[in-house]
Design a protein around this ligand. Structure first.
Ligand SMILES: Cc1ncc(COP(=O)(O)O)c(C=O)c1O
Length: 443
């Protein structure tokens, strides 16, 4: 059997079984935590990237997690559900109210929470992105998008990106591009072609670190060769290591899809609703996709919620089941999503993500100028990355920061990804960046 630790470095997630990890555990975990972790390992199936767990939590509030030993940890990972922070009072109150009055809405009934959310998403989304379908998770919503693309175009092929992640279900890993999810699992969906992503530091087309959209041009080349591709599926901004393509990339993709009759499906599951400083990340690019998939923070960090939002003209599958999920119109989930959007609007979180993100990026640039171990910094809104020359250092920095009360994720082995809640106070963001800087400098 493959040892998962051989693969985790270059895949989404952190290192699970390294000596550094063991040292950190020995130094930081007390008896109560160890007992709970042992029970966790006993009762749950073990899987790469999520077992064994780091630590055990007892509460979460705002930007903070609290572990069972009472240590507070700033959450700059949050599995991308935490735009409004953990347990935002408005979100919690909205969910409680839904639970008190309409805890479940059986299929074939509708409810005001679900209708209001669909209407709100249509009002927020530009162009004629007016039709929605909800699902309990991102991978399911991606699956709905793939089915609808097949039905709408009468074609089944897709083009997606190596290194991308679209969820862990079989259809989602077929279009995903990370080996840790795809290897040794048997046949995947047919017709799922992959191309190199926009990744200027590792560009296969020789852009020299500053994307000139040749990678998007290659997508058009494949579209033209294949002639019968249903959809191009892309993470608007790849969140695992923060890849932010230039405007020309999406202009080229949009035009290529139009020319070749393919749909453009944007996966914004981890970056929707403010993370990039816009409600929808694609708004930063001046294009409108045929479908956008939302998730994670849509449920306000308290409820599993995802949504497929598509152009009006794609409402063409009335005689098929696209989703058919039990919790499709969950009143509590929809109440959480509505309250989350209200908080983003009422608290000016888009503007906040842009302002704090710009300040933070400035600081990262100055760190880069002073610290040779940093080879690149990048960001969009409050999604920031520090790329280090060395994966070993990235892992060391991770455990040093955890010890100082800051949690984040390492992507592609050497990229520190910082995604604070958008409600973070300026001084807390400064403190966190100080912790990261000291951890890298002391490396
Ligand atoms: C870009 C992207 N797409 C899809 C998913 C899958 O979402 P879920 O875990 O809700 O199935 C994720 C989750 O990390 C993601 O980051």
């Amino acid at each position: 059997m493959n040892d998962p630790s051989n693969h985790d470095r270059s895949a989404e997630g952190d290192v699970n079984r390294s000596p550094r990890r063991k040292r950190w555990e020995a130094e930081h975990l007390g008896t109560a935590t160890r007992a709970l972790l042992a029970e966790d390992a006993k009762h749950f199936l073990h899987q790469s990237l999520s077992t064994p767990c780091w630590n055990a939590l007892r509460s979460a509030s705002g930007i903070w997690l609290e572990d069972v030993e009472g240590r507070r940890i700033m959450d700059f990972h949050g599995n991308s559900v935490h735009q409004v922070g953990h347990g935002h009072p408005r979100v919690v109150a909205a969910v409680k109210q839904a639970l008190d009055t309409l805890p479940f809405s059986p299929r074939r009934f509708t409810n005001a929470y679900a209708v209001s959310l669909a209407a709100k998403l249509a009002a927020l989304a530009p162009g004629d992105l007016n039709k929605a379908l909800f699902a309990p998770g991102g991978a399911e919503a991606i699956g709905m998008a793939l089915k609808l693309a097949r039905i709408a175009t009468g074609r089944h092929k897709t083009i997606s990106m190596w290194d991308s992640f679209h969820g862990a279900s079989l259809d989602a890993i077929s279009i995903g591009g990370e080996a840790v999810f795809r290897r040794d699992i048997g046949p995947l969906l047919p017709g799922t072609e992959h191309v190199p992503p926009c990744d200027p530091r590792a560009c296969r087309f020789g852009c020299g670190g500053s994307c000139d959209a040749r990678c998007a041009g290659y997508v058009e080349y494949v579209l033209a060769k294949e002639e019968d591709v249903a959809a191009v599926v892309v993470e608007t901004v790849r969140s695992t290591d923060v890849q932010v393509p230039p405007r020309a990339y999406y202009e080229t993709l949009r035009a290529a899809c139009d020319r070749h009759g393919a749909l453009l499906i944007l996966d914004e599951i981890p970056v929707c609703l403010g993370r990039t400083g816009a409600m929808f990340a694609f708004e930063r690019y001046g294009i409108v996709p045929d479908m956008v998939v939302l998730g994670k923070g849509l449920g306000g960090g308290v409820f599993p919620m995802a949504a497929l939002v598509v152009r009006e003209g794609l409402d063409v599958a009335a005689d098929r089941a696209l989703g058919h999920y039990t919790h499709e119109k969950s009143p509590a989930g929809c109440a959480a999503a509505l309250a989350t959007i209200e908080v983003i609007e009422a608290e000016g979180l888009l503007e906040r993500a842009n302002r704090l993100g710009a300040q933070a990026l400035e600081r990262l640039r100055s760190m880069r100028a002073r610290i040779p171990a940093i080879v690149d910094v990048r960001g969009i809104g409050l999604l920031l990355a520090i790329e280090l020359a060395d994966a070993g250092l990235a892992e060391e920095v991770l455990y040093r920061c955890l010890a100082k009360g800051l949690s984040f994720k390492v992507g592609q082995g050497n990229v520190i990804v910082l995604a604070p809640p958008l409600v973070i106070e300026e001084r807390d963001l400064e403190t966190a960046l100080g912790i990261v800087e000291a951890a890298i400098r002391d490396g």
